[in-house]
Design a protein around this ligand. Sequence first.
Ligand code: GLP
Length: 242
Amino acid sequence: GIRVIVCEDSDAASRTTADLIADQLRERPQSVLGLATGGTPLKTYENLIELHRDGQISFAEATSFNLDEYVGLSGDHPQSYRSFMNQTLFSKVDIAPERTHVPDGLASDVPAHCTAYEDSIQSHGGIDLQLLGIGHNGHIAFNEPGSSVDSRTRRVDLTDDTIEKNARFFDSPDEVPREAITMGIATILQAKKIVLLAIGSGKTAAIKSMLFGEVTDEVPASFLRQHVGVTVVLDAAAADGL
Ligand code: GLP
């Protein structure tokens, strides 16, 4: 079953998540980390940067694969997930830039790029620890409701709900891309360990469905119940009413 850790606030939940990633790096410095974007992991990344500055962890031998990227945005675009990762984590730790992987939003042949991304994960031995957030509708990465349990890295349409939620990072909702490249559910389930972090009362309904509802493609996160190595870290607000 899924291990659930409830923390008293978002600082503690982020710290707990960072510690799980730090443990992984200490156990195996060559770890392949699956990383996530969004508001949720920001404090976790700050904690990892501090642990690195204190000499407690190193990313020097690590490799990373991010979950997803917007189609149509270059890595230099301020709202691209590549640029988010460079700014919030990669430029502040000792990870080798060439060992950081984020799907290319400007790939000319998207299906070929998605296949190559999957192959690259496999050729690095698979993901040791995958960090996840969760969308209000139960999506993981950009696997929106309806995503198959067998899905792999592919091009997807974003739902209106997701576009609206993510519009806060853009000047206007019109600027939010309508499509993305995302790891699939099967890609994510292949990770050896998975850590899902959720912060705030807005995520409670999605967490409830994930943990206690039906395992269904209507709640993509519910497929995590088919995995034996999942830890869900919640702050008190996200856990309230479970
Ligand atoms: C985005 C991302 C997800 C993320 C989710 C929640 O659309 N593709 O990977 O987990 O939405 O985002 P936030 O952490 O900002 O609530």
